[in-house]
Each structure stands twice: as C-alpha cells, then as structure tokens.
Design a protein around this ligand. Structure first.
Ligand SMILES: Nc1nc2c([nH]c(=O)n2[C@@H]2O[C@H](COP(=O)(O)OP(=O)(O)OP(=O)(O)O)[C@@H](O)[C@H]2O)c(=O)[nH]1
Length: 112
C-alpha cells in the first residue's frame, strides 16, 4: 500500500498504488507506467490481472472517478516510495484497518 504524501489531496491516507490513465493509454499500460514512476518496479502489461473496480457513485468523492484494481504476481525490482509518502506491505486484516480514501475502502472490501 502507498501512503499519500501529507500535503496532497487525501494526504496521509493509504491507497492502492497507481495513478491516472493518460490520453491514448489503456489501463494496464497506465498501471505499468505509474508503478515504474511511483515505485520503481518493472511490470509487463500482461501480468496485470483485472480484479474489481470502484466508482464515485458508491462514495462521496469530490469529483467523478473510477478506480480499476489489478492484481500483479510478478514484477522486477524492489518497490520504493519514489514520489513521496511511504509504502509498506500489509496482510488483508491490516489493510482493512488502515485509514484509506473512500474508493480504496470499497476496493479493499471487494478484494478480500
Ligand atoms: N486513491 C483514491 N484517490 C482518490 C479517491 N477519491 C478522490 O478524489 N481521489 C483523488 O484522485 C486522484 C488520484 O490521482 P493519483 O493517484 O494520480 O494521485 P496524485 O495526487 O499523485 O495525482 P497528481 O498527478 O494529480 O499529483 C487524487 O487527487 C486523489 O486524491 C479515492 O477514493 N481513492
């Protein structure tokens, strides 16, 4: 999980690592790019397996947003918090107790 930098929107909350899809990208390519930028890990798009999604009609998000959650079993490199904040590994019961933004609460509930 990635702890968002304190001064950002949702600062200090723990989210599933990732980021926004850019124009012309498919979601798995965006995830590969974001995890390289944010965590410094190398991933193949075909190793990103779609798991579940959450959208802002289920929560009180500030603007319309949909988050697609992928599971990834194989990667290269050691994850590090390259863009600030922190990262750490947690067991499912620990993720349930972390302070998270609304859509990540929704995703964690579906994932485990
Ligand atoms: N993970 C997550 N992000 C949310 C939720 N609701 C919501 O408005 N957001 C916002 O959606 C945006 C996600 O973009 P991002 O993952 O690329 O985060 P970021 O702040 O690094 O983006 P940036 O490139 O604008 O600096 C953030 O501004 C985040 O606060 C939510 O429930 N979960």
């Amino acid at each position: 999980m990635h702890k968002r930098p304190e001064k950002k929107h949702h600062g200090g909350l723990w989210e599933f690592p990732g980021g926004k899809v850019e124009t012309g990208e498919c979601p798995a390519d965006a995830l590969v790019r974001e995890l390289a930028e944010e965590l410094g890990v190398t991933i193949k798009p075909e190793d990103c397996v779609a798991n579940c999604f959450a959208d802002s009609t289920q929560t009180d998000a500030d603007f319309p947003i949909v988050i697609l959650l992928y599971t990834i079993a194989e990667w290269g490199g050691v994850p590090a918090a390259l863009e600030g904040g922190a990262i750490d590994w947690f067991m499912p019961d620990e993720i349930a107790k972390l302070q998270k933004p609304p859509l990540d609460i929704e995703l964690a509930g579906q994932l485990f």
